[in-house]
Design a protein around this ligand. Structure first.
Ligand code: FCB
Length: 446
């Protein structure tokens, strides 16, 4: 077992957040409505009727939060930019106050010695674009590139690398296939165009970023897929899940083609959404300087029980579980990284872990999180020792925040937030991560 000391000298230590999950201030300074503002108003959509209306009030408290990051010793901070703050109507005119906020945030980060790593889209689509079809509409991809160019023009002089999209698969599946996230559509396999249009948007935005000399990454949610048994039906179901969850969003980017989903009744052009030239654009213009990997757990799959999907997800037994109930399998991260390397070979760009973390109950003494992070960093060090090029680790999350359909009930932060008072209190894991970063920095001599 290689320990965390095996991590390379130039390794980047980071933490991640996302706009709707922390900013609050949804009606301020000209911000438009997002699909999440609307979804949270739907009775029963979000646990306890919670919303991101106030969240961590980061919009007003970012100076305090950047001070926490500096104290932690972060090299990098991954945050997202709220499209409805920049273009309240999703197209056309710019809201200068929105750009000003991120300008101030970027300057505060740089003054603290932290490299900003913005994500352009972390699920908060302007509601006006949703009314025009959301990501089911091809036009949204073009609007996304227009927005990316506006933001890059303002911040590109200080921000070297950009993440276009966060987890297009989760946005497509939860938002458009199952309807448990905004915009709340339940289209099952008819949701696939929302995946393709996100990738097209990524490619168009990537061209804008690259033409300004900027680096481009995408953050994908990836999972090792474990067949429930060695039986043929379980293995076939696991292949289907792997194709729909992992390969659907990596094969086009890295190999220029979609996996063949014909056996599940899906047409090669994903319901007519893939136009001639799109795949070339995604593989070429969308080519990546780095791949962001968001890893939480493996997925165990058995033969389908419901005819509307080609697989069934089954429980992983005999492992610890997070407060959310997610299985804790650190070695899954090593397995995933090695699979990516063997699957994509030289087409695989350098990897950054852009999310990794767990929810715990409402405690400051979060030894569970320390063990979680230590285990995943050990697994990561092993993958690096086995030859995978991983450049950094951004834990999810810096602070407790609004966890989508689960509202404020799942706390993922290194820093506790009292949502009544907005008081921030570092947890035990914060001190542990700070000491880990400091020790690594000392060893690498800076
Ligand atoms: C990921 C999301 C992130 C957060 C974590 C727990 O899927 O990208 O916003 O909710 O899960």
């Amino acid at each position: 077992m290689i320990d965390r000391r095996g991590l390379p000298a130039g390794f980047t230590w980071g933490a991640s957040t996302a706009a709707y999950q922390i900013e609050g201030a949804v009606d301020e300074d000209g911000r438009g409505r997002s699909v999440w503002d609307v979804f949270c108003e739907r009775p029963g959509a979000v646990k306890n009727g919670d919303s991101g209306r106030i969240a961590c009030d980061h919009y007003h408290r970012y100076v305090v939060d950047v001070a926490l990051m500096r104290e932690l010793g972060l090299d990098g901070y991954r945050f997202s930019i709220a499209w409805p703050r920049i273009q309240p109507m999703g197209r056309g005119s710019v809201n200068p106050a929105g750009l000003d906020f991120y300008d101030r945030l970027v300057d505060a980060l740089l003054a603290a010695g932290i490299t900003p790593l913005p994500t352009l889209f972390h699920w908060d689509l302007p509601q006006t674009l949703e009314e025009d079809g959301g990501w089911l509409a091809r036009d949204t991809a073009y609007r996304f590139a227009e927005y990316a160019a506006l933001v890059a023009d303002r911040l590109g002089d200080r921000v070297p690398a950009w993440i276009t999209l966060n987890e297009p698969v989760v946005h497509m599946v939860f938002g458009y296939a199952f309807g448990i996230h905004a915009p709340g559509r339940a289209l099952m396999l008819d949701a696939l165009p929302a995946g393709h249009h996100q990738l097209l948007g990524h490619a168009l935005a990537a061209s804008e970023l690259r033409s300004r000399g900027l680096e481009v990454l995408i953050a994908n949610n990836l999972t090792p897929v474990w067949p429930a048994s060695a039986s043929e039906p379980d293995r076939a179901a696991a292949d289907a899940y792997d194709a729909l969850h992992n390969r659907l969003f990596l094969d086009p980017l890295l190999l220029g083609r979609y996996p063949d989903l014909g056996a599940y009744g899906v047409s090669a052009d994903l319901g007519g959404s893939v136009h001639p030239g799109d795949l070339e654009l995604i593989a070429d213009a969308g080519r990546l300087d780095g791949l962001g990997v968001n890893y939480y757990n493996p997925t165990r799959i058995a033969a389908p029980t419901d005819p509307s999907l080609p697989f069934t997800e089954v429980e992983i037994d005999g492992v610890p579980r997070t407060h959310f109930g997610w299985p804790v399998v650190p070695d899954g991260l090593r397995q995933l990284l090695l699979t990516l390397r063997s699957r994509y070979g030289t087409a695989l760009p350098p990897i950054t872990i852009t999310e990794s973390g767990c929810s715990t109950d409402d405690t400051l003494d979060d030894q569970f999180r320390i063990d979680y992070l230590a285990g995943h960093l050990d697994a990561l060090a092993e993958a690096i020792a086995q030859g995978v090029d991983v450049r950094g680790y951004y834990t999810w999350s810096l602070i407790d925040n609004f966890e989508w359909a689960d509202g404020m009930s799942q706390r993922f932060g290194l820093v506790h937030v009292d949502f009544e008072t907005q008081r921030r209190t570092p947890k035990a894991s914060y001190a542990w991560y700070r000491d880990l970063i400091a020790a690594h920095r000392e060893r690498r001599g800076r």
